[in-house]
Design a protein around this ligand. Structure first.
Ligand code: IMP
Length: 180
């Protein structure tokens, strides 16, 4: 797949594979949370937006959809996992069931920070649903309760994932062969 003159993209997950898996995940989550009380879906900006929209549309449950924005501290080493909240939740999550929706769990540092932060707000439960899991690159061992696909150590784009803000809108997930 030749998307840009300077990037070679190799498709790893097709649109149909992604959509079928998201439907399965939504069915599983619907079963697990049926009758469980109020559910707040927390989509992590910006990468998880496409996943959150597709998944939430297929849930057969009442829920509140909320967003949290994060970014790495300027100048901090990405591997340290020091992140800051750029947009906080609008909902109060005390005594609510919270399901964090993330695009990819790579080192796990970002999610680890978010989990610690959200736990201090006393939700009645807090689980993680990640579209992609990349276990080979994990630095912090965090629980991923639901995931769409597990991938090897590659840089991937599409379905919300970007390379310098590009390729988020691809309907497939592709490996970026020659990042520069
Ligand atoms: P972490 O390493 O688990 O903290 O991942 C932090 C964030 O980096 C993820 O939420 C993604 O937004 C981004 N990221 C990590 N790996 C990739 C990748 O392969 N492609 C695009 N973005 C990535």
């Amino acid at each position: 797949m030749k998307q840009e003159a300077d990037h070679h993209l190799e498709v790893l997950l097709t649109r149909d594979q992604i959509q079928a898996r998201v439907t399965q995940l939504a069915e599983e989550i619907t079963r697990d949370y049926s009758g469980a009380g109020e559910l707040v879906l927390v989509a992590v900006l910006r990468g998880s937006v496409y996943f959150a929209v597709d998944l939430s549309r297929r849930l057969n449950l009442p829920f509140i959809l909320d967003f949290i924005g994060i970014s790495s501290y300027a100048g901090a080493s990405p591997s340290r996992g020091i992140v800051r909240i750029t947009k906080d939740l609008e909902s109060n999550i005390v005594h609510k069931n919270v399901l964090l929706l993330e695009d990819i769990v790579d080192t796990g540092l970002t999610l680890n920070y978010l989990i610690q932060n959200l736990k201090t707000r006393n939700p009645s439960s807090l689980r993680v649903c990640a579209f992609l899991d990349m276990p080979a690159r994990r630095i912090v061992n965090i629980p991923v309760d639901y995931y769409g696909f597990s991938l090897p150590d590659l840089y991937v784009v599409g379905y919300g994932l970007d390379y310098h803000e590009r390729y988020r809108n691809l309907e497939v997930v592709a490996a970026l062969k020659d990042p520069k």
